[in-house]
Design a protein around this ligand. Sequence first.
Ligand code: ZN
Length: 146
Amino acid sequence: MDYSELYGIAKEARKNAYAPFSGFRVGAALLTEEGRVYTGVNVENSSYGATICAERTAFVKAISEGERRFSAIAVSAGEEEALPCGICRQFMFEFAPDLTVITAGTGPDGEEMLRIRPLGELLPEGFRLAPEESTGDEGRKEGDKE
Ligand code: ZN
């Protein structure tokens, strides 16, 4: 899947954003190393602190399905380019420090221009606890027999 296609999926997912308070609608499309795609949207809440971003929604959906290996995420906020917030950068770093982040801005003639950055550029030195031992948390798609 190419990045432009992935961005298109994020843009489409954006329609499902729940953003009645800010009106700032965001869609994300997360691509696993195996080529599966999980979408996410921002979901706001009357208790503002309970709001979750599109990027984390996509990650949580994928992780809860057993995914652990990710290659890219596309984020669409419509006309304006929107970069992942600090919390999302750290959240994504936990699972995919080498993730590719795709956003889009508008070019001089109004055309959509994709911007492709490594997560390491957005979060050069993410926080990481050293895992004490394997917790069997490698994801179940890696060969579990259930
Ligand atoms: Zn965020």
